[in-house]
Design a protein around this ligand. Structure first.
Ligand SMILES: Nc1ncnc2c1ncn2[C@@H]1O[C@H](COP(=O)(O)OP(=O)(O)O)[C@@H](O)[C@H]1O
Ligand SMILES: [Mg+2]
Length: 360
């Protein structure tokens, strides 16, 4: 049997979900797999009464997860909003896994997403042969979620054109999806709700219409507050990547992760950690997700082309790739940072050298 490259949350964490369900003492809303309390425990982690450890999925403010879960128990949908790489998609997947036991009902929003991707489409061969029938109709994840009382995820909602977004209004307010061609409708079963994500870098592309906005509660996912929190996120994600990819490399030293996170946080905020030196900011977002990628790529380099231990040499290309998105402006920013911040740090000499060796 082929090994799946990436398992869905409900598969990967089946054991945790199962244990949470067994231990669940609180009331479950109709068609929910877990109580709201247990769903939050699944997201932020914790120890169950029998000592079972639930790993944290979202690292950050518990209150945000409580608000997110509570919203999904109401008739309002949930909008996760924030910078790229702040775990919007990640949280949405885990929420759907915890609540519906199924994170696979998903619509990827793009500029090309049409109404038929949200409401329903037609199998044209059948439509021509039989006319509009139940069988010729092609269900969307939204329609299936309504029928089964599950969570449907809409990724990057604001990239979808405003007119198409509006197809969601009836669904969210009436909880019904009319099918005029068949003179019928699909009425949502309890447990149905929508989790949408939107990127604030995409603001203005197709902002949410006010009619639609009123049907969502927005939870803003922030960039990690503290250095330690961000290090913790990167460390956990990298460990799980290493396990899944079966990389023949040692787990990275905390020291290496700390340096990467420091570089990211300094460039992101435009000032050094000690607050003493102002620096120019590059055009990219330098998100936590990118920091995770830099370490993951470094590990692959160390495993296959290094000595199996993550070193500055393995990381340099990844760091520069993350920082220099614009070949002209960002390059200037990076070089200045390298010379004025990295170079004078005694314990960073290896990074300085590795980056200089790449000639960028
Ligand atoms: N606060 C956080 N807690 C846990 N993981 C995080 C956090 N912030 C970022 N991540 C990690 O970074 C990645 C974020 O990616 P993603 O959810 O695709 O971001 P977004 O959809 O916001 O652009 C995920 O792999 C996730 O594990
Ligand atoms: Mg996303």
């Amino acid at each position: 049997m082929a090994t799946i490259l990436r398992q869905h949350a409900e598969e990967l964490y089946a054991l945790e979900l199962e244990e949470l369900r067994k231990q669940d003492q609180d009331k479950r809303p109709a068609n929910w797999h877990l109580s709201p309390q247990s769903a939050v425990t699944y997201l932020i982690g914790g120890k169950l009464k029998n000592g079972f450890e639930v790993t944290p999925k979202y690292i950050g403010n518990k209150r945000l997860m409580e608000i997110a879960v509570a919203t999904l128990t109401t008739d309002r949908a949930l909008l996760l909003y924030g910078l790229p790489g702040t775990a919007k998609s990640w949280v949405s997947e885990h929420l759907a896994a915890a609540i519906s036991g199924d994170s696979t009902l998903i619509v990827q929003g793009t500029a090309g997403t049409g109404e038929e991707a949200i409401r329903y489409g037609w199998n044209y061969a059948r439509l021509l042969a039989e006319g509009p029938t139940e069988k010729a109709l092609v269900e969307t994840p939204v329609m299936r979620a309504m029928k089964d009382g599950k969570i449907v995820r809409i990724e990057e909602l604001t990239r979808i054109g405003a007119d198409v977004q509006d197809a969601l209004i009836t669904i969210l307010s009436e909880k019904s999806l009319p099918i005029p061609e068949l003179n019928t409708e699909v009425q949502a079963v309890r447990g149905f709700n929508v989790i949408a994500t939107a990127n604030n870098r995409d603001k203005g592309v197709n902002e949410l219409s006010s009619a639609l906005k009123r049907r969502f509660n927005t939870v803003i996912l922030p960039v990690p507050d503290s250095m330690d929190e961000e290090i913790d996120i990167v460390k956990r994600r990298v460990e799980s990547f290493e396990k899944i990819m079966e990389l023949p490399a040692e787990p990275p030293a905390l020291q290496e992760i700390r340096r990467i996170v420091t570089i990211f946080r300094e460039l992101r905020s435009g000032v050094t950690m000690d607050g003493k030196t102002k620096i120019k900011m590059p055009s990219g977002t330098l998100s936590t997700a990118e920091a995770i990628s830099v370490v993951n790529n470094g590990l692959a380099m160390a495993a296959y082309f290094g000595d199996g231990q993550l070193k500055a040499n393995d990381l340099a290309a990844g760091i520069i790739g993350a920082v220099v998105k614009d070949p002209v402006q960002d390059k200037i920013v990076w070089q200045e940072y390298l010379e004025t911040v990295v170079k004078p740090r005694d314990e960073w000499k290896d990074i300085y050298r590795a980056c200089r060796d790449l000639g960028i």
